[in-house]
Design a protein around this ligand. Sequence first.
Ligand SMILES: [Zn+2]
Length: 123
Amino acid sequence: MLIQCAKCGRKIEKQQSYESQGSLFCEDCYMDILSPPKACDPWAVHSAQTFLKGKDKLSTLTPLQLSIVNYIKKKEGATLEEMIENLSLTEEELRREFAVLRHMEILRGTKKEGKVVYIFYPS
Ligand SMILES: [Zn+2]
């Protein structure tokens, strides 16, 4: 007797299927369910965001991150080029800090007149 895998839809022999939470799966899908691939660690991200919720968010920043945030606050949005010039940072440094600040939901990029402008989250 053939059954259909509940995940990928492949037809498989019932004897070769695996049961999990009331559904039948092929071997591949069953292995996936048992040990899902870890792309990143969603729990770490989640707890970091929960921990950082509220006004204390900015107090956890490094002086470098703070100077970027303050500059953007003052200018109400700034491009990468502008900050490289005015904060005397390299593009690499800025991109690295932005990755962190974006992750913390403090800054985000938006498009303005064809340029990427960094602004406060979620303004
Ligand atoms: Zn399957």
